[in-house]
Design a protein around this ligand. Structure first.
Ligand code: ADP
Length: 445
């Protein structure tokens, strides 16, 4: 087992990994930018090194500086968290070539799956259903139009290097297709330095259901069931829950089996998530594999009793998975909300500033994963999530009642947050009935 691990991340997920290390008896080395200097969570690590200025491009994305910190800190492994370099195959390769284990999959699998279009091909080879669409990248407008007419409008133009909902455009006819291809390629080039786009059938009002998988380096793969993340705003998740409501067990089992098949055939190891869209007839289609721990991982931890970060570390150290599929049961129901420093009354613009007053809910069934505290200053540089509130109860109805109570207790003063929107969501009848799709929030709120 590793003696020391560096965490190449910040905020909530850095603290989550620090905590897992502490419980495993592993020393943790944190890194921070000038904007995060003095943050309280850094004091919980055994050591912390400054790696540059506030902009991520000058700190958390600086591979050289992170590797230098890892060498000074004398660590055997790096945990990348999510975001920043977490899905950067080059970073994984650099770590390993410096004899530092990257706590994640092999870089080759990351490369192949990180490109969404090539991931579609791998999925198809593993007999995992994908959304009907282009076989390769779009090269010219006329063949794109031909394809769009063949699969039928509406179609979705997607960036092959895409993430965070960027570089996506719905096209409902040849004219909007032509304009959309150009706009999506430009947006993708700007955001990911890769203008490659492809086309998928636009699934109308789908649910987003994803499967958590865990694979060791000895060929053992298990799944930890699914999470329903249909409640989104502009393709960004707001609420996640497990198990997925109103989805027959047989469908859930088929999806989980498909995810395991895909992971095996891709030679993937460590924790990962297979994302699927589910249509009204409960047909499911693979959309992408996320080669990292995800924001919403606590939901699966709560229902399965498995600590995913600890498992990631064990698997990266070469240990065999001790988990057996038949022993991984869905225990009760869990739900998570993301609390963002955003102003719901002003188009969800970031709302940085000092948290002048913070009241965290407590009591049975509640988990709060966050690095913030009273007087913490939310900066303008990084993503706006300030914490995750997670509830675990015996039934979905009980979990929702506890979440409603927790959101009523919660108070964050000094900045605007998404809490008022979340309260309304948990009062919504259709959501309580498990009757929503990925477009619901925008249509209803
Ligand atoms: P990203 O990596 O940018 O998050 P994804 O491929 O994971 O992009 O898709 C994000 C969200 O976009 C999905 O959860 C879903 O809401 C929507 N989406 C993606 N593909 C389709 C599709 N073919 N039809 C309808 N909605 C889609």
């Amino acid at each position: 087992m590793f003696q020391r691990i560096l965490i190449a991340n910040r905020g909530e997920i850095a603290l989550r990994v620090i905590r897992a290390c502490r419980e495993l008896g592993i020393e943790s080395v944190a890194v921070f930018s000038e904007a995060d200097r003095g943050a309280h969570y850094l004091k919980l690590a055994d050591e912390a090194y400054c790696i540059g200025n506030a902009p991520a491009s000058e700190s958390y994305l600086q591979i050289n500086r992170i590797i230098s910190a890892a060498e000074i800190g004398n660590v055997q492994a790096i945990h990348p968290g999510y975001g920043f370099l977490a899905e950067n195959a080059h970073f994984a390769e650099v770590c390993r070539s410096c004899n530092i284990e990257f706590i994640g999959p092999p870089h080759k699998a990351m490369e192949e799956l990180g490109d969404k279009n090539s991931a579609r091909r791998i999925a198809a080879d593993a007999k995992v259903p994908t959304v009907p669409g282009s076989e390769g990248l779009i090269t010219d407008d006329s063949s794109a139009a031909e394809l769009a007419n063949r699969i039928g409008y509406p179609v979705l133009i997607k960036a092959t290097a895409g993430g965070g909902g960027k570089g996506m455009r719905v096209a409902r006819n040849d004219i909007s297709l032509k304009a959309g291809l150009k706009a999506a390629a430009q947006e993708a080039e700007k955001a990911f330095s890769n203008a490659g786009v492809y086309i998928e059938k636009y699934v109308e009002r789908p649910r987003h259901v994803e499967v958590q998988v865990l694979a060791d380096t000895h060929g053992n793969v298990v799944h930890l069931w699914e999470r329903d993340c249909s409640l989104q705003r502009r393709h960004q998740k707001l609420v996640e829950e497990s198990p997925a409501p109103n989805l027959p067990l047989s469908v859930r089992q088929e999806m989980c089996k498909a995810a395991v098949r895909l992971v095996k055939s891709a030679g993937y190891t460590n924790a990962g998530t297979c994302e699927f869209l589910v249509d009204k007839d409960h047909k499911f289609y693979f959309i992408e594999l996320n080669a990292r721990i995800q924001v919403e991982h606590p939901v699966s931890e709560e229902i399965s009793g498995v600590d995913l970060i600890k498992e990631q570390i064990r698997v990266a150290a070469g240990e065999h998975l001790k988990l057996k599929q038949r022993n991984i049961k869905v225990n009760g129901a869990a739900v998570e909300v993301r609390i963002n420093a955003e102003d719901p009354d002003n188009d969800f613009r970031p709302s940085p500033g000092r948290i002048t007053d913070l009241r965290i809910p407590g009591g049975g069934g509640i988990r709060w994963d966050s690095h913030v505290h009273q007087d913490y200053v939310v900066g303008p540089y990084y993503d706006s999530m300030i914490g995750k509130l997670i509830v675990h109860r015996d039934t979905r109805a009980d979990a929702f009642a506890t979440m409603r109570r927790a959101l009523a207790e919660m108070h964050v003063g000094g900045i605007k947050t998404t809490i008022p929107l979340l309260r309304r969501i948990f009062d919504d009848a259709a959501f309580n009935d498990g009757n929503v799709d990925t477009t619901y929030v925008e249509r209803t709120f």
